[in-house]
Design a protein around this ligand. Structure first.
Ligand code: A2P
Length: 341
């Protein structure tokens, strides 16, 4: 039984990782009512210190007992950890918000983007799934268009930063860039090919249908979040040598005709979206500008050259924030509101 409190005990699982660290800063920046905070990671990280609210917290090893007395557990330590420990957390009375793909497509698990489908959360909070980073920023932009014009088809190409593959991937891009500029040979550990000064049309594993798992996540999760399994989605996911923020080129076909200025107004007045669309002044969303911000930035809105019901736009967001940590903390805020109601 949920008890309303002044402050809530939080556990961050995978606290030393690229997303986990952002979860700590987001809890702090959004002023979530944090009581005790447990920073959990593998045995390798025991005793490491992480910054929080002007001080530091010591990392502890994740165990089956880590969730006793915890109210909210935020998971970002990969699918196998979430598969095993999220049910244990819920069993201990926790709301478990999971950033991995372990639970997203389970029928009874809500998959939530608070600006898009808050009502899918319901009143019972057990495991709540946080969608894939590329999906989140796309659905935030698609939702108002779908509500107004009814989307039939989406063709999307992503330009995804290396931080989506974790802290080791960030180090790999740095090291390869240095080595190439210094004329040295490179090491490949995280990515199957050189990522520095290159683009890889390969994120996650290849499926039998020729698409990657990342691409299929965008298809399946978008349909689940928008609650419409008839939307056709054609994705290509590409890893690019950018450290933070994902960019996407989106082509959207709707049932009703669209006018660019109306869509721009609609987007700029929708929650979570910032319109940056002034091409004459070379103003459009950029990965480096979105980095460190919580919003979803949309620009280059333009109609198809021939068809009145087809539109193109460019959407950028910080994959570690709105694509992961901020969305997770927003879900915690939403769950808290439901539970306290
Ligand atoms: P650790 O730093 O101790 O390895 P990233 O996505 O940036 O690679 O981060 C992955 C996160 O998941 C890290 O915090 C990592 O902790 C954590 N992690 C990996 N394996 C385990 C495990 N077996 N138990 C708990 N945390 C884990």
């Amino acid at each position: 039984m949920f008890k309303k409190k002044h402050k809530y005990n939080i556990a961050v699982v995978g606290a030393t990782g690229a997303v986990g660290r952002r979860m700590l800063t987001t809890l702090e920046e959004r002023n979530f009512p944090v009581g005790q905070l447990s920073a959990l990671a593998s045995a390798r990280s025991i005793g490491k210190k992480l910054p929080f609210k002007g001080g530091t917290i010591e990392v502890k090893q994740l165990t089956e007992n880590s969730f006793v007395g915890v109210d909210f557990a935020l998971f970002s330590a990969g699918s196998s950890i979430s598969k095993k420990y999220a049910p244990i957390a819920v069993e201990s009375g926790c709301v478990a918000i999971d950033n991995s793909s372990a639970w997203r497509m389970e029928k009874d698990i809500p998959l939530i983007v608070p600006e898009v489908n808050p009502s899918a959360l319901g009143s019972k909070c057990g495991i709540i799934a946080n969608p894939n980073c590329s999906t989140i920023q796309m659905v935030v932009a698609l939702k108002p268009i779908h509500d107004q014009y009814r989307i039939r088809r989406v063709i999307v190409s992503t330009y995804q930063s290396v931080s989506g593959s974790g802290q080791k991937a960030i180090e790999e891009l740095k090291q390869q860039s240095r080595d190439i500029l210094d004329g040295k040979s490179i090491q490949k550990n995280v990515f199957p090919h050189q990522i520095a000064f290159n683009c890889l049309p390969h994120i996650d594993i290849f499926m039998e249908n020729g698409y990657t798992k990342e691409e299929m996540k965008m298809v399946d999760e978008t349909r689940k979040i928008l609650g419409d399994s008839t939307i056709e989605i054609s994705p290509t996911a590409v890893r690019v040598p950018v450290f933070y923020s994902h960019s996407e080129s989106v082509n959207v076909e709707t049932e009703l005709p669209m006018e660019v200025d109306k869509v721009q107004n609609l987007l700029s007045s929708s929650p979570g979206i910032f319109l940056v669309d002034n091409p004459e002044e070379s103003e459009y969303p950029l990965a480096v500008d979105a980095c460190g911000k919580e919003g979803v930035f949309v620009g280059r809105v333009r109609r198809d050259l021939v068809r009145t019901n087809v539109l193109n736009f460019w959407v950028v967001s910080d994959n570690l924030l709105k694509g992961a940590a901020s969305n997770a903390v927003q879900i915690a805020e939403l769950a808290l509101k439901r539970l306290e109601a």
